[in-house]
Write a new protein. Structure first.
Length: 339
């Protein structure tokens, strides 16, 4: 049983056939309804309607004072909506999935979703400039265009996108349902926690939920871009591998020099040999038991050595009589008998 569990953690031999979500009619209807809800929240806050009055009533109720025993736990729970920690955790999980399934789509989908989140939510935040409950100046006011940056709630929208991307990338319907319920619970809890602590109005949280859901619903429109980006990255990787394969790799002994260093040394020694004068070994050419010493001088030394060799050879020839062919000396016996 343990073998089967750990076998599922290994890399799959072939990339699985994962169905990419399409922009269906149901998704289009959800996207349109969420967009209408988003615009309605913005208009209600701008017009200072009943929604703003509810914001003030919840703020003056001060939930963190009504239930102080929850404060310690919720201070840690709200981190699940913070951009840095959640992005690192989800990216680590999706990175393992990318390695296991031989595809970059999970990481690229997360990157596109976070990019859309930063652009859309960030622009609305700074464009509307709403102040938070702790910095409100007038009771009953919407506190819009006052230099704030809390509308919509970034924690809530980030929780919806970061944890919802897991459900979006699920490979089976059962897993998608479970992950959808988990991401909805986490994002709902993070949004209400910001209201409990007093860092956001209730309308901030409602708009944050709508903003995050719009990004998840719009991701199928970005799938062609994700596919082209994945193909380009994998193509660059294959080209780099091909270039590395063209370079011959020589085995290197333990503690020995690198192939590049050895080649440089051999090239340097070859150059030195070409610049070095030829070595003349006088003793190798002179007959007899004695041999002259070896010299490695320059061109002048070489000429001197050759002349010394010629003189030595002439002197040796004069000391050694040459017997012509066909003639011989009379032997001693023949001389004695002929006297």
């Amino acid at each position: 049983m343990r073998t089967d569990i750990f076998a599922r953690l290994d890399r799959e031999p072939e990339p699985p056939k994962i169905e990419i979500p399409r922009m269906s009619r149901t998704r289009l209807a959800l996207f349109g309804g969420t967009a209408v809800f988003y615009v309605a929240i913005v208009v209600a806050v701008l017009a200072s309607t009943w929604l703003v009055l509810i914001d003030w009533k919840v703020m003056l109720f001060r939930p963190y004072q009504q239930w102080p025993q929850l404060h310690a736990f919720l201070d840690y729970f709200v981190v699940l909506g913070q951009r840095g920690p959640t992005a690192v955790m989800v990216a680590a999980w999706l990175g393992w999935r990318s390695w296991r399934q031989h595809t970059l789509r999970p990481l690229l989908a997360l990157g596109v979703a976070l990019l859309l989140l930063n652009v859309t939510v960030g622009s609305v935040k700074y464009g509307l400039g709403r102040l938070g409950p702790h910095y409100a100046t007038q009771i009953g006011s919407s506190e819009m265009f006052a230099g704030g940056d809390i509308f919509p709630s970034g924690h809530t929208a980030n929780a919806v996108v970061t944890w919802g991307i897991l459900a979006y990338l699920a490979t089976t319907p059962t897993t998608r349902r479970y992950l959808s319920a988990l991401s909805a619970t986490v994002s709902l809890g993070v949004g209400l926690t910001t209201v409990y602590i007093g860092t956001h109005w209730l309308s901030d949280v409602l708009l944050g939920w709508a903003a995050g859901l719009l990004i998840l619903l719009a991701l199928p429109w970005c799938e062609p871009l994700i596919g082209r980006a994945e193909a380009w990255i994998l193509g660059q990787r294959d080209r780099l591998r091909a270039r590395r394969a063209l370079v011959p790799s020589l085995p290197v002994a333990a503690g020995g020099p690198r192939p590049a260093v050895a080649a440089q040394r051999s090239a340097g020694s070859a150059g030195e040999d070409q610049r070095r004068e030829p070595v003349v070994n006088l003793g190798a050419t002179l007959p007899g038991p004695s041999a002259a010493p070896t010299t490695t001088a320059g061109s002048a030394g070489t000429a001197t050595a050759r002349r010394a060799q010629a003189r030595a050879h002439t002197a040796r020839s004069e000391r050694t009589p040459v017997t012509p062919s066909g003639s011989h000396r009379p032997s001693a016996s023949r001389t004695m008998s002929g006297g």
